[in-house]
Design a protein around this ligand. Structure first.
Ligand code: FAD
Length: 434
């Protein structure tokens, strides 16, 4: 098979790839110069929709409705857009080998692709219970969610097990979002997680108390402090029971596992410098290998605001890092310079009628403000994180766009906090002053 050659190749066709393509077009990439090679069968889309509106029982989001860049209020890029721009969208094609020294990628079908510049945008994959050898974890209807194909399998299972029992393993944001949509689909939902409260990597006990109370009021059972250690299945190989470490056994027709992700860097192991589990980059997303960039979930980049290297698995960063890398590629071609990436971490989630946003860093002391009583209709509350006398992080449930903007500003500006008591009392009013 003759090799195909492109000036620029993006490996991976997710959020970063889509936003990079838009920026390539903006910067004037010429027809035939850019290819996106993706394992998925569809044009880049806004991945967060998969655990939210994609699973709604009614009025569900469907492709091409949520192709990038609608998630950030931009133009929706359909497959035709790529064709019009002369960007090759090479779908259903998995790259199985990368040779950065000879600038070549090889697909599962044995095709070779050569490039001058490469953008690694392979994202993450889910951690599976079978990775840890959990007994019975390969049973049917034990499901995971990363790509649209996974979401379709989940929808099939929801239809097949109407009004059945679902067990959600994991108390992170995926577990919380999936529990909510499973409940909306009229399943009987139980969440299981080992930590003392949900989303412990971000939530304080005060924040989590609200969501756990809200979920309980919706009829979702929450079992904390234990893990799934095995599964029993029926004669058809379908999961029927979840065995917990504490000895309890839960009935289940569907099990959805959300226990975290792992950046997909294996193709490049030993060929590029890594750091903190990701591919190390500079503030322009250049890796240690000339002409190779890494963006989105796989990149470990200098987070200027905190003066440290971080890897960030959030959609906002995947969009912005992709745009930054493309700007850097064009600037270096033209012998110009661009500003270094200066990112303010931003993460959000939505479930039921709830919606929260978080900006900044969740380190140091915390104060809770507002009304976090889960029975209050349209509850509005939040938290500040305070380090070295400065407010460095802010969380808000139920904020208006203006209020969310105000907490973002707090996290960016890092204003001094007089006292924790004062901050707790002022709450949102403190943010509005900044
Ligand atoms: P991805 O979007 O994952 O894209 C990677 C692409 O590379 C995929 O198309 C994959 O198939 C392809 N690929 C991988 N390996 C190969 C290969 N060898 N050959 C070819 N193609 C390959 N973030 C938030 O901030 N808020 C949210 O509410 C939120 N919700 C989420 C909900 C779900 C269900 C998931 C899975 C993630 C969510 N995220 C959320 C995280 C966010 O979606 C990711 O951070 C973002 O998608 C990362 O973009 P990326 O381009 O790096 O990777």
């Amino acid at each position: 098979m003759a090799a195909k050659a492109f000036k620029h190749i993006i490996v991976g066709g997710g959020v970063s790839a889509g936003y990079a393509a838009r920026e390539f077009a903006k910067q004037g990439v010429k027809p035939g110069e850019l290819a996106i090679i993706s394992k998925e069968a569809v044009a880049p889309y806004e991945r967060p929709a998969l655990s939210k509106a994609y699973l709604f029982p009614e009025g569900a989001a469907r492709l091409p409705g949520f192709n990038v860049c609608v998630g950030s209020g931009g133009e929706r890029l359909l497959a035709e857009w790529y064709a019009e721009k002369g960007i090759s969208l090479i779908l259903s094609t998995e790259i199985v080998k990368a040779d950065l020294a000879s600038k070549a990628l090889i697909s599962a079908a044995g095709e070779t692709f050569n490039y001058q510049t490469l953008m690694i945008a392979t994202g993450s994959t889910v951690i599976r219970l079978t990775d840890f050898g959990v007994q019975g974890a390969d049973a049917k209807n034990i499901l995971y969610l990363r790509e649209v194909d996974d979401a379709d399998k989940l929808i099939e299972a929801i239809k097949a097990k109407k009004n059945g029992k679902a067990v959600v393993v994991g108390g992170g944001y995926i577990g919380l979002e999936l529990s909510a949509v499973l409940k909306l689909n009229n399943l009987d939902v139980t969440m299981v997680y080992p930590e003392p409260w949900c989303m412990p990597r971000l939530f304080t006990s005060g924040i989590a108390a609200f969501y756990e109370g809200y979920y309980a009021n919706k009829g979702i059972q929450i079992i904390k402090g234990t893990v799934a250690v095995g599964f029993n299945s029926n004669a058809d190989g379908e999961v029927k029971e979840v065995k917990l470490k504490d000895g309890r056994v839960l009935e289940a027709d569907i099990v959805v596992v959300g226990v975290g992700g792992r950046p997909l860097t294996t193709l490049f192991k030993g060929q590029v410098e890594e750091e903190k589990g990701g591919i190390k980059t500079d503030g322009f997303f250049k890796t240690s290998v000339p002409d190779v960039y890494a963006v989105g979930d796989v990149a470990t980049f200098p987070l200027k605001l905190y003066n440290e290297l971080r890897r960030v698995e959030h959609v906002d960063h995947s969009r912005k890092s992709a745009e930054q890398a493309v700007k850097a590629i064009f600037a270096s071609e033209e012998g110009k310079s661009t500003e270094e990436y200066d990112y303010l971490p931003f993460f959000y989630s939505r479930a039921f009628d709830l919606s929260w946003q978080f900006y900044g860093d969740n380190v140091g002391d915390t104060v809770l403000f507002g009304d976090n009583n889960p029975t209050t209709p349209k509850a509005k509350f939040g938290s500040f994180w305070i380090k070295d006398g400065k407010v460095v992080g802010a969380f808000l449930e139920g904020g208006t766009p203006e209020e969310n903007k105000a907490i973002a500003k707090v996290a960016k500006v890092q204003p001094p906090a007089e006292s924790l008591e004062q901050l707790a009392k002022e709450g949102l009013a403190f943010a509005s002053k900044i």
